[in-house]
Design a protein around this ligand. Sequence first.
Ligand code: AMP
Ligand code: ZN
Length: 136
Amino acid sequence: MKDANCIFCKIANGDIPAKTLYEDDEFRVILDLGPAARGHALILPKEHYANLYELPDEKAAAVMKLAKKMAVQMTEKLNCDGFNLVQNNGETAGQTVFHFHMHLIPRYKDDNQKIGWNPGEPTQEELEEIRKQIVE
Ligand code: AMP
Ligand code: ZN
């Protein structure tokens, strides 16, 4: 299914041009227009899924396989020093385009980027309460 109002549907299916690094029947990988670092790319499924929750299991597995392949190729070709995979779901989590995508972010020693969080300091009791909430 495609969404007529979705820019990533249009890019993934070739209706809007983008700098493509890879394409197959299921996915297109493009360079991000607002890169966190040199070579920042996005894996876009050609079908429209708003986020991870909507992504079928087989697609999720295929995305990870492709992410690994791209990370290996990009690391070799760009000679980066590290690599982040980032995937945002929901506005609160920083998602701005509501078509599932995986960020492929090459990292360089001097890139001055921060991709992270402020670590909390939960007690063992709090961790146990959270664990129970999730699994029970
Ligand atoms: P997110 O915040 O996880 O939803 O990421 C959206 C990403 O899409 C951002 O990194 C944007 O820079 C990128 N982006 C938005 N529009 C385009 C576009 N037309 N072509 C390439 N990247 C885009
Ligand atoms: Zn879409």
